[in-house]
Design a protein around this ligand. Sequence first.
Ligand code: LRH
Ligand code: MN
Length: 433
Amino acid sequence: MTTPFAIDTGFITEQNRQAQPAVDEDYDALARKLRRDGVDIEDLVARAQSFRVAVPSWGVGTGGTRFARFPGPGEPRDVYEKLEDCATICQLVRSTQAVSLHIPWDRPDNADELRRFAEARGLHFDAMNSNTFQDRPGQPLSYKFGSLTHTDAAVRQQAIENNLECIELGQQLGSKALTVWIADGGNFPGQQHFRRTLERYLESVREIYRALPNDWRLFLEHKFYEPAFYSTVLNDWGVSYHCARELGPQAFCLVDLGHHAPNVNIEMIVARLIQFGKLAGFHFNDSKYGDDDLDAGSIKPFQLFLIFNELVDAELSSMSGFDPAYMLDQSHNITDPIESLMMSAIELTRAYVQAHLVDRDALHEAQERSDPLLALKTLKDAFTADVSPILAVARERSGGAIDPLTTYRAGEYRQRKAVERPAHQGFAASGIV
Ligand code: LRH
Ligand code: MN
């Protein structure tokens, strides 16, 4: 068994040596500019180095749509190869040590072995994701007409047990949270009784909540439509908040950016959930129309910045219990998933550092004096600041790549994996599509 290829740290160091002079020049120029504004660039580098976001195991395989999937070379064929790719992402950007697994797509034969494999690559496991939106081979009862809210108690019980299995496996893997997203809903008016369906949801989730270890959190993920195209049971943050309150102190509301109707003010929903002490965290991605699962910051970077503006405002006002879980949830249909996940992690770090650049005293004063344009300018000054040198230096100081994309491509990781992982026609590591 040949050792799977991995990019050599010496290669990264050599790549950084070539990129260093330009980044040092830009860094010094930015340091001077920030010093004029009374900002110490070193504080921002430390913020960038501290930023963490989990990558989705299902995101390292090529995604697709109902129309087609175009698998790329060197696709990961099992959870171990998915972790190899996650380790490569972390090697280069140094902010993605956590991986979020999806069950049964990633169910290991030996949980301890998987945990050791991950730890040997500097990885650990973030929130577990249950799946009661697909029927598994040999599954006794179908989820066609719902899972946790199905009218048949036996189907609900099956779905509850699928979630309890995730908790049990997650405990073996060191995870501390379970994300529950269900596809339950209707395609036709009259198909579901809205109130009774939500009562069944709460009744079922209470069973899952009761099984939570004391140090675990339960993340409820709302979504306004798809795959149900008329009504969705957990359709928005209000219903999710009501349910999290009903369940208890270990239940929180997870915000997937793509799960809101176009033009919904997501940063305000985030502020609400922070104020109510029920923000679980995020599935970061971007979208133009529906739940497009595009790369974070690729379509609406200002919205991403405004979301981090709310998060940093809460972080700096040290709100009690404020501990949001940051995760990516994307589908990479036409790009190399590793490249997209690296760039997305960088765009999140960028928004986080820019949000720390906001002059909050000036913003507060402009708000108090009802000076909207000065308030907007105070935010835009931070959003339009090019903090790339800070991000590059932070990666380099954390042992990563100054220029991850160039280093990754020069390292020929994908080409090497294409040889190591010969494609099987029609075979794809289990995941979306
Ligand atoms: C549903 C969702 C959910 C996952 C799935 C992969 O749209 O966002 O978080 O389970 O994507
Ligand atoms: Mn999601």
